[in-house]
Each structure stands twice: as structure tokens, then as C-alpha cells.
Design a protein around this ligand. Structure first.
Ligand SMILES: C[S@@+](CC[C@H](N)C(=O)[O-])C[C@H]1O[C@@H](n2cnc3c(N)ncnc32)[C@H](O)[C@@H]1O
Length: 215
């Protein structure tokens, strides 16, 4: 994790860009350790910066993937791709989005290469890059729109929900972020809601808002 918490005074003033230290990231994620170690558990960070939280979440998920599937490259690739596909982020600054995607890819790729060395598949690496382009978005988490550019107008943020199909296929369903936020806003929604047996409603809330699934 990059140790720098502030890049410039201007960015702090303009965008509140102050990064969370690794110590706090880990302490917070430890509060929901079980979820961070569940391969397909979905996380969304709506102001992800360069990904201090998301990178650590991916580290934890891939540690589980490697423990379980290191003996089969195909199984490792499938489950590592699922882990990547469950991680979502939004940031308003384009350089942060690019850096976050790159850091997440590097976490994946370092483990992939360490395990399978010359057997790594370019197709698998490209699939993971594609997932990261779809899931880590250049957008405004307040207006729920993408950030427009000279070439493309701003439009509502749409997240893809990925789920495993037979073989190496992932199924995709798209959800408009504003609709999900609308549903979740009926109740208070923590960013990381743990599964509390005393509050079974939390699970369905988490599922409808963060995992973007069936209600
Ligand atoms: C305080 S930093 C937090 C970064 C990261 N979540 C962390 O804890 O290390 C806030 C981040 O939010 C981004 N940001 C500010 N306003 C935003 C908005 N309206 N929508 C999305 N991202 C925003 C900034 O670019 C910055 O990267």
C-alpha cells in the first residue's frame, strides 16, 4: 500500500483527498474479516482514491483463492477473476481511477505469476483488466453520474453484477447506481455491513445496495 496520505494541498482542498493509513484500513477491514475473506463477497467504495481499501480486500480474497486452488490453474483463474469482479470503486479524479485499476491488477498479477510463472495466460490477464475497467469507475458519487469528457457526455453510473456460469464464463447484469441508492436510502447503510444474526435485514440491505442484486 502506498504510504503517502496527501498528494498535494490543492487536492485536499478541492477533493478532500487524504488517504487512510494501512493501519486503519486493516483495523476497519478486520471488523468484517469474514466478508473480506469470502471470495464473491461484494464491496463498493464510492470515493476509492487509489484503492487503499480495495487493494487490501483483494489481497485478502486472493490469499483465500491461493490457499484453496493453487493446485489447479483453471480453478485459481476462475476464482481470482470472481474475486476481482466483486470489487467496485468510484472516484472523481481520472488519475486515481487509473491508479486504482493498476494497483488492483498488480495485486492479481503478482500472485498469478508467483504461482503459475511461464504458464500465465494473456487472455486471463486481459479479462481481469476488462473487469477492472467495468468496476472501477470515473464518476461522481454525489450526482451518481460518470464524469464527462470532450468525447463523452456524463451519464448515470451503471454497475455490472458478475456471477459465475458454467466453465470459465461470467454472467453480467447491469444496474443503474441511482436506483440502488434510492432503495438503500430508506435505511441507514454502512459501507461495510457485516452479517449480524440479530439483524437479518442487514444482509438484504447489503445485498441490494452493495452487491447490486435481487430484491
Ligand atoms: C479522503 S480520500 C479517501 C480515499 C480512500 N477512500 C481512502 O480512504 O484511502 C477521498 C477521495 O474521494 C474522491 N472524491 C471526492 N469527491 C468525490 C465525489 N463526489 N465522487 C467520487 N469521488 C470523490 C477524491 O478524489 C479522493 O480520492
Amino acid at each position: 500500500m502506498s504510504g503517502k496520505q496527501v498528494i498535494s494541498k490543492q487536492r485536499v482542498a478541492d477533493h478532500g483527498e487524504v488517504y487512510t493509513h494501512a493501519r486503519e484500513v486493516n483495523a476497519m477491514l478486520d471488523l468484517v474479516r469474514q466478508e473480506t475473506e469470502r471470495i464473491e463477497s461484494r464491496f463498493l467504495e464510492p470515493a476509492c482514491g487509489t484503492g487503499n481499501f480495495l487493494v487490501e480486500i483483494l489481497n485478502r480474497k486472493l490469499a483465500v483463492v491461493s490457499t484453496r486452488y493453487a493446485k489447479s490453474q483453471l480453478e485459481w483463474e476462475r476464482h481470482a477473476a470472481l474475486a476481482v469482479s466483486s470489487i467496485y470503486g468510484i472516484d472523481i479524479l481520472a488519475d486515481n481511477v487509473a491508479a486504482c485499476r493498476a494497483r488492483l491488477f498488480d495485486v492479481f498479477d503478482a500472485q498469478y505469476r508467483a504461482l503459475f510463472k511461464q504458464l500465465v495466460q494473456a487472455k486471463c490477464q486481459e479479462a481481469v483488466r476488462y473487469l477492472l475497467r467495468q468496476n472501477i469507475l470515473h464518476g461522481d458519487a454525489l450526482t451518481l453520474q460518470t464524469v464527462g469528457s470532450d468525447e463523452t457526455a456524463a451519464h448515470p453510473i451503471v454497475f455490472a453484477e458478475w456471477s459465475a456460469l458454467n466453465g470459465s464464463l461470467l454472467k453480467r447484469r447491469d444496474f443503474v447506481f441511482a436506483h440502488l441508492v434510492d432503495k438503500a436510502s430508506h435505511r441507514e447503510l454502512p459501507l461495510f455491513s457485516d452479517l449480524d444474526p440479530a439483524r437479518p435485514d442487514i444482509r438484504s440491505l447489503r445485498l441490494s445496495a452493495v452487491t447490486i442484486v435481487q430484491t
